[in-house]
Design a protein around this ligand. Sequence first.
Ligand SMILES: [Zn+2]
Length: 423
Amino acid sequence: MQVVTATDKSGDQERLFGPSGFLELGGNVLVVDFGKVFLEDTVVGFLYEDGLLKNGNSPDTEDSQWRLIDDLEGCIFRGTDSRGVELVIPNSEYGGPTGKLRYNGCTYNVLNGRIATEDHQLVGEFEDTGKVVVRDHHTKVARRELDESATLNLYFDGVRSDGSAWRYEWARPLVRKDKSYGENEIIRYFQEFDKLSMTQKKYVVDSLNIWATSGILQVVRKSEGNAALGNVKHGAAGVTRVRSGMVDLDVEEFDRDIDLFKRFGSLAVVSTRVQPYVEVRINLVVSHEFGHQLQFCLSQALQNRVDELYIARLKRSVKMCPVPNTYEGGSEICRPEYVPNRMFVSGYAKASKFEYWAESVAAFSVPESRKLLKELDPAIHKILMEVVQHPETAFTPVLTEPILDLQASLRLGGELKEDLLTC
Ligand SMILES: [Zn+2]
């Protein structure tokens, strides 16, 4: 067995990715500090989070010296892992499978049911039944048991806890194996996706990418429904559409937004009937409609915060950016030179608190307008960051655990990356 001494990325010399706590061994209780096992003041061994234990005062790799904690009678560690999450090893009396696990394409070692990275960081547990349990370092939860909806495609090759050879494969329902989790979710969300043109497909994927990859699209789809193209006009300016359930996109609106998106990007300044006033529009109708669905999944507290932001912006807009008497719409329109100082990211965001939210979600959905939203309306940008990165502060209680489970799974599968919103 190849044993690698891992150091953390902060540059600390030889700081192991090891746990901290207490090790019961041969009637003694030894202190463990970041993997170093102490007897009084002397380092007498090393312990990794995946249960590999070595006697001696050096972590050097002499393979024969490393043993599994499970194989030492009466030996048990209790404490936390290197990232501060509660840890007990061995984690069960009967152990678990040992072998290689491929999870959404990411490869891990499994040692007696403990899923670990190449550098011995413990990331979860794998059971003889095929069930995956994730260690969630994001919300510091030691065990998130994944149900079928949160488990990603996996393949295991090794032995069960009883030593019998075991190959096991599990695939998510309806998945296309040549596509990522995110793409598969977008295909499930957008009805008859296959009938779209290449341009339309790319637009839909770009519009929904961050929501799909973060698991939010899956949870919202299950709660609210999916989206379909139809011939249902509902772009009537100034009309508040409070609704839930499925999204019906008007095919003309859809194609017009795609055309504008291709020509101008996510935001466009368009002329109005009242010269020389212009209106800023966001060319992201799919993200906008998804935003309405998303709102129904958010906690009342978060919605109240959004309402307050809207009311404050509306007051300032009425004062600082008054519309001419001849204008009858509900959008914010302004003279061209005032565009950089406008109160709302788009004119239509002024129409109601619901449209303010949906337009903010739309702007947040692609990098170009997300950057602009951050500059123009940092408070709503911050709320949207929370929705994606800290759903525990944003969603209704009934959806919080499912999305946290799913996000932990997506991190394990390399799907939800730390830089999702930085680019
Ligand atoms: Zn709307």
